[in-house]
Ligand binder design. Structure first.
Ligand code: FES
Ligand code: FES
Length: 174
């Protein structure tokens, strides 16, 4: 076993701001953000698929931009606003993106869905609505083994289209 240098094994107390709430957590310098979110903050909607920056199941928003949380150290996220899939729905009320995923059958096993929703959220919140090709490009880092992607692209496009026509859906929670 390769010995861990002392400076990499010391614990640190940091504050992670997740979905608008501050969480004081104790992490190692090598602790991944996804592990801190799931194991220390207790929000398990963010999934781990590959743990190696390939699948996008762990995608969260970091200061409003999609980030693969298996590729970010928890200590690097201190001072940033982290948003996870749990930020989307209010009790009993789905976010328009979630409604669109349901309407368009944009999930089957659901393993990729949290990451897809968060990548979709970054698109949904853009001032200039992206078209289908831009949506496809934005999802290049999110893999789905079930749906063939078209329903996911359709769902995101539907939510963005509905947002333009329903002012109440333009209300975003950050
Ligand atoms: S678990 Fe992070 S990209 Fe796959
Ligand atoms: S719904 Fe199964 S991996 Fe996407």
């Amino acid at each position: 076993m390769i010995p861990i240098p002392a400076e990499l094994s010391a614990y640190r107390d940091i504050t992670l701001t997740v979905n608008g709430r501050d969480h004081r957590v104790r992490v190692e310098p090598r602790t991944l953000l996804v592990d801190a979110i799931r194991d220390l903050v207790g929000l398990t909607g963010t999934h781990i698929g590959c743990d190696s920056t390939s699948c996008g199941a762990c995608t969260v928003l970091l200061d409003d931009r999609p980030a693969k949380s298996c590729t970010v150290l928890a200590v690097q996220a201190e001072g940033s606003r982290v948003r996870t899939v749990e930020s989307l729905a209010e009790p009993g009320v789905l976010h328009p993106l979630q409604r669109a995923f349901e309407d368009e059958f944009a999930f089957q096993c659901g393993y990729c869905t949290a990451g897809m929703l968060m990548s979709g959220l970054a698109l949904y919140e853009r001032d200039a609505p992206p078209g289908p090709d831009e949506i496809r490009r934005a999802l290049v880092g999110n893999l789905c083994r079930c749906t063939g992607y078209e329903p996911i692209v359709a769902a995101i496009a539907k939510a963005i289209g509905d947002r333009a026509s329903r002012p109440e859906d333009a209300e975003v929670r950050r």
